[in-house]
Design a protein around this ligand. Structure first.
Ligand code: AHM
Ligand code: MG
Length: 334
């Protein structure tokens, strides 16, 4: 029988001298949260959780009922265990310090509880993204500033994908492993060990409706993909996908390769892209790089950016090495 996620983490932790089990405890709380979210997402209309919550988050986006419910699930599951000092989420304006009645721990947790939530009412895959950072030493009353660490400082990153099956994909900096939820026994089982992204691909993902707002290097890359094996194009033909759920796109890329772009655009002044650095771009970059892929804004490696704000947005170009490097090369030449 394959091992479950907690067994896997305990075995990984045994390799690390001085490990206290704290991290395993935190991960097990995160797993509980993801199982609860899977349950809510799966029951959908049967338990009345679809539709709008009638509120807006800090990004000015209308919150779905499930955005709010899943945010609460994540907080409830992770605040009591004594592993965290604070949390930050896409759905909360400010950080969430661990309330005084619970013990505090040494980690910080950032998350997007339900990414791709515009898909929820139409029953298309959505996901949860999370990232674990160390709380700076001797900080007991954390501020947003303590979260502003580059992605290279992440201890762990993962996502849960609520699709035809529920999966949890994870890295602690030693490769990427995927686990599938066996609903009969309520455990995530190791089904996709050592996930690797092929260096080459013939599949790209981008929201083409934003084409007129892109910069020249992305215009050029996509134009060449679309032309394929015709004059002015490439040596191969390309296929295109756009699920509008980053978790589903990244999962596809981890499974069969591809390139995903939510690049810089000039659609709205002051928005350097759509996706958020701390709880979307950084965790996905950690996973993709650990699987042999590349992640860039077009100009810089995402994980080396020094964050300036909790909800900062960044351009994201990630996936198969040779294609991402090509796009980065076009930026250099521009
Ligand atoms: P969300 O966090 O508000 O759900 O937005 C993030 C999502 C990504 O999952 C997806 O890649 C992108 O936004 C879709 O954007 P668009 O609506 O432009 O297709
Ligand atoms: Mg999101």
């Amino acid at each position: 029988m394959s091992k479950n996620l907690v067994q896997f983490i305990i075995e990984e932790q045994r390799q690390l001298p001085g490990a206290t089990g704290d991290f395993t405890g935190l991960l097990s709380d995160i797993i509980t949260a993801c199982k609860q979210i899977a349950h809510s997402v799966n029951k959908g209309a049967l338990i009345g959780v679809l539709g709008s919550a009638g509120s807006e988050n800090i990004q000015g986006e209308t919150q779905k009922k499930l955005d709010v419910i899943t945010n609460d699930i994540f907080i409830e599951a992770n605040q009591w265990g004594g592993h965290l000092t604070a949390m930050a989420s896409e759905e909360m304006d400010d950080i969430y310090p661990i309330p005084a009645q619970y013990p505090k721990g040494k980690y910080l947790l950032t998350f997007d509880p339900l990414d791709g939530s515009s898909n929820i009412d139409v029953n298309i895959s959505v996901g949860t993204i999370f990232s674990i950072l160390r709380c700076p030493e001797e900080v007991t009353n954390p501020t947003a500033e303590d979260f502003l660490q580059p992605g290279t400082k992440q201890v762990c990153a993962g996502y849960a994908l609520y699709g035809p099956s529920t999966m949890l994909v994870l890295t602690t900096g030693h490769g990427v492993n995927g686990f599938t939820l066996n609903n009969d026994i309520g455990e995530f089982m190791l089904t996709h060990p050592n996930m690797c992204i092929p260096a080459d691909t013939q599949e790209f993902a981008i929201n083409m409706s934003n084409q007129r707002f892109w910069e020249a290097p992305v215009q050029r890359y996509v134009e060449e993909c679309v032309k394929g094996k015709t004059p002015g194009g490439r040596e191969k033909n390309f296929n295109m996908r756009w699920v509008a759920s980053m978790v589903a796109e990244v999962h596809r890329i981890l499974t069969r390769g591809g390139i995903f772009m939510y690049p810089f655009d000039n659609k709205e002044v002051g928005k350097a892209g759509k996706l958020r650095l701390l709880y979307e771009a950084n965790p996905m970059s950690f996973i993709v790089e650990q699987a042999g892929g590349v992640c860039s804004t077009g100009r810089e490696r995402i994980m080396e950016l020094k964050p300036t704000g909790l909800h900062q947005r960044v351009p994201v170009i990630l996936g198969s090495k040779n294609e991402v490097e090509r796009v980065v090369g076009y930026h250099k030449g521009a």
